[in-house]
Design a protein around this ligand. Structure first.
Ligand SMILES: [Zn+2]
Length: 238
């Protein structure tokens, strides 16, 4: 039990590291795979030993080995975050059939948070990956059938699509598609609860941002992070 928890936490750290690399590269239109990681400052290829999640950051004291440029604290932080989310999901669902689908969707959601916060986009490639990964995992590992997945997608995507139409583009296409993928994996009941949480938290944060003058009334606020909050909240605490 404890060894498994440690193992899942470690897998979370590694996945978190991949998500960092993915979101960094996709935003900058760089190839996502088949490319070595380089320091963004001196362009030196980073050695495998310096790519170990969290540990390398501590060993290098947060600096590039070659040029001593600071490495953002967000990297180890987000790795630990994914590790904790993975652990929480495992503690909740155990080694059940939904474990893999849940770990998968939480990874996709986390990647969407990074790209949405940094660049206000949820890449189509990520939604595509989430969709097919979700379908395969649900069919071969999870418990849902095709009908459940279809119903879940509609329950997840439709409310946001309606908001998008009614507000004339107030909801991004990426958010709508991501919510549909979320529904595919969570099922219609859970995704509706997740959406409800997303709207509550999103509304609250939106009001606060406007109140403190950080955003104007008409500014766009990315919704992806709130979708992720809703999704994570559900399969970890719900
Ligand atoms: Zn460097």
């Amino acid at each position: 039990m404890k060894i498994l928890l440690f193992l899942i936490f470690t897998v979370g750290l590694i996945v978190g590291s991949f998500i960092n690399t993915y979101s960094y590269r996709i935003i900058r239109n760089k190839p996502v795979i088949w490319d070595r990681s380089r320091c963004p400052c001196c362009k030196e290829i980073i050695k495998p030993l310096d790519l170990i999640p969290v540990f390398s950051y501590i060993l290098l004291k947060g600096k590039c080995r070659q040029c001593a440029e600071k490495i953002g604290f967000r990297y180890p932080l987000s790795e630990i975050f994914v590790g904790l989310v993975f652990s929480a999901i495992y503690l909740k669902v155990g080694l059940g059939r939904e474990l893999l689908p849940y770990l998968f969707i939480s990874s996709v959601l986390t990647a969407a948070v990074f790209t949405d916060l940094e660049n206000m986009i949820i890449p189509n490639s990520l939604v595509f990956f989430g969709f097919w990964g979700g379908v395969i995992l649900k069919l071969f590992v999870g418990t849902a059938g095709v009908e459940d997945m279809l119903l879940g997608s509609i329950a997840g995507g439709m409310p946001l699509l309606l908001i998008g139409i009614l507000s004339r583009g107030g909801m991004g296409g990426g958010d709508i598609k991501l919510a549909a993928v979320m529904g595919l994996i969570l099922g219609w009941k859970l995704v509706l609860v997740a959406l409800f949480i997303s709207f509550c938290v999103g509304g609250l944060v939106g009001v606060m941002l406007v109140f403190f003058g950080l955003k104007g009334r008409k500014d766009c606020i990315p919704f992806g992070p709130f979708l992720a909050v809703g999704g994570h909240f559900l399969h970890t605490f719900g």
